[in-house]
Design a protein around this ligand. Structure first.
Ligand code: GAR
Length: 190
């Protein structure tokens, strides 16, 4: 039986979600993923969660009158499942006051660049267009800003090619390892 409980938020394909869930399943992380929160009913991550038997809350902000109301529903579900740590894994939405207050310093995000460079939804393409030769991944505490908040861990990656697909796949491999290592450090230090 795992000691800790985590929740993952995602909006996309969910490769990071699966890496985390798999590490939990095989005991590499001493936690269970109790809940996936997804804000996009068409996201690929939902099928991954189904396959892995992980409870999923699909919730669209469009169905709520305010961000506060939307986040209160999520926060209640996080409380109900006893989440100690919330890991954003390609969750393409800013986190607001309700979740930040209820889960202060318990929400972390992964971003595919060496922050503070290349914030936003197109970090890899932006870094490539800029012509950088050292790419990377950052995991940070979440605050109200876009890809802001105190940095927890970073890993660099050399790449001198022009194939964005190849680079994206290399960055994802780094992300999956770094997220598992970082979650382990965070839950074991709590
Ligand atoms: C990941 O590369 C993650 O770092 C990025 O979205 C991707 C999700 O991939 N997040 C951001 O850009 C946050 N600003 P995945 O759905 O395969 O895990």
């Amino acid at each position: 039986m795992a000691t800790h409980t985590i929740a993952v938020f995602a909006s996309g394909s969910g490769s990071n979600f699966e890496a985390i869930a798999e590490a939990c399943r095989c005991g590499e992380i001493d936690a269970r993923v109790a809940l996936l929160v997804c804000d996009k009913p068409s996201a690929g991550v939902i099928a991954r969660a189904e396959r892995l038997g992980i409870e999923t809350l699909v919730i669209s902000p469009k169905d709520y009158t305010s961000r506060e109301e939307y986040e209160s529903v999520i926060a209640d579900r996080l409380d109900a499942c006893g989440a100690e740590l919330v890991c954003l894994a390609g969750y393409m939405r800013l986190i607001g006051r309700v979740l930040l207050e209820r889960y202060a310093r318990r929400i972390v995000n992964i971003h595919p660049s060496l922050l503070p460079s290349f914030k936003g939804a197109h970090a890899i393409a932006d870094a490539m267009a800029y012509g950088v030769k050292v790419y990377g991944v950052t995991i940070h505490y979440v605050d109200e800003s876009l890809d802001g908040g105190e940095i927890i861990s970073q890993r660099a990656l050399d790449y001198d090619g022009t194939d964005e697909e190849e680079l994206t796949s290399m960055i994802h491999s780094v992300e999956h390892k770094l997220y598992v290592e970082t979650i382990n450090k965070l839950i074991n230090n709590r």
